[in-house]
Ligand binder design. Structure first.
Ligand code: ADP
Ligand code: MG
Length: 309
């Protein structure tokens, strides 16, 4: 059983049309008509062909049989997705996830910093799916929720100073109440990165591995937010950031959590995950993979800021 995903054009109009009708028709048949009704069922092969001709789409084939599709629709600085359809017989098999991942890859390759779609408030399971995929609500109009996501990206550095410089540039876009989750092996460069961030924010105190304390507060020397530097390893699995008894409010600080991977999800719904990886050989090269989660990062300019020369 193999799932093949491809970017398609008008040649796939008939398959995509059939998938849209199968997926959206099943919902109506299940006695969950939407008000106002979805316009998906008024799509014709012709209207689907015109859309594919203009913007393209994604088609998922399993063992050569069409099982899922979506249509692209650019919106200014974000690539839009619509008519996300999964064959009812293939639901729950990860087809939707694979479709969306492929669409996000395509949007990134075209240079879009973000992606978006519209979901219906009456379909909470659908909304939960998008939240799980890292999307957050950016607009709400009646029952129509616009959800968007800033796309992940990776930055490469060749020495510690470059990693510090990336952190320093990130300081331009972070603000009070932001939560950053740093993960990566011991010696990957999490603390080094945080030093750059602290320098960029203009905070007081040396930033060192917080291994012997759970959290350290670095107050600002300028008029920006403080930096709260947390060691989640010592924080434990089920901890909450709010349980930290700090003499500053997290709402007034930028919070950086080292070793956050795995427990990150419980710490903050909206967060910027940064995973630092060494290269396979013994060089000083590092890959810093940024994964913005939630509406906070949409249109934040995080990608442009971090990669600015
Ligand atoms: P962590 O906090 O992830 O355990 P540290 O930042 O404390 O890691 O240590 C990283 C070590 O690796 C430092 O000694 C740093 O000088 C060194 N280093 C070498 N190359 C890099 C790089 N490209 N990025 C970050 N650190 C690097
Ligand atoms: Mg460290």
């Amino acid at each position: 059983m193999t799932l093949a995903l491809s970017i398609v054009g008008p040649e796939s109009a008939a398959d995509v049309h059939d998938l849209i009708h199968a997926a959206f028709g099943a919902r109506e048949a299940a006695g969950e008509p939407l008000d106002p009704p979805s316009t998906a069922l008024s799509e014709t092969v012709e209207s689907v062909r015109a859309s594919l001709e203009e913007h393209g789409g994604v088609l998922a084939l399993r063992d050569d049989k069409p099982v899922g599709s979506l249509l692209f629709e650019p919106h200014d600085k974000r690539m839009g997705m619509r008519r996300v359809a999964v064959d009812p017989a293939a639901q729950g098999d990860g087809v939707a996830k694979a479709l969306v991942r492929r669409a996000e890859q395509h949007a990134a390759a075209l240079g879009y910093p973000a992606v978006q779609l519209q979901a219906r408030a009456e379909l909470p399971a659908t909304v939960r799916f998008w939240v799980y995929m890292g999307y957050g609500e950016v607009d709400h109009d009646g029952t129509l929720i616009t959800m968007a996501k800033e796309l992940p990206f990776t930055v490469h550095t060749v020495d510690a100073d470059q990693t510090r410089a990336v952190g320093e540039r990130l300081a331009h876009v972070v603000r009070a109440a932001d939560v950053l989750i740093l993960s990566g092996d011991l010696g990957a460069g999490k603390t080094t990165f945080t030093q750059g961030l602290g320098a960029g924010l203009g905070v007081r105190g040396d930033i060192t591995s917080p291994t012997f304390v759970i959290a350290r507060v670095h107050p600002t020397l300028a008029d920006g937010p403080a930096l709260v530097h947390v060691d989640a390893y010592r924080l434990g699995e089920s901890a909450e950031l709010d349980d930290l008894d700090l003499d500053t409010s997290l709402d007034d600080s930028v919070t950086v959590v080292e070793w956050g991977s795995g427990i990150a999800e419980g710490l903050a719904d909206e967060r910027l995950e940064i995973r630092i990886k060494r290269s396979r050989d013994d060089s000083d090269e590092r890959a810093l993979a940024f994964k913005p989660i939630g509406a906070r990062w949409v249109d934040s300019g995080v990608h442009a800021a971090v990669t600015a020369q």
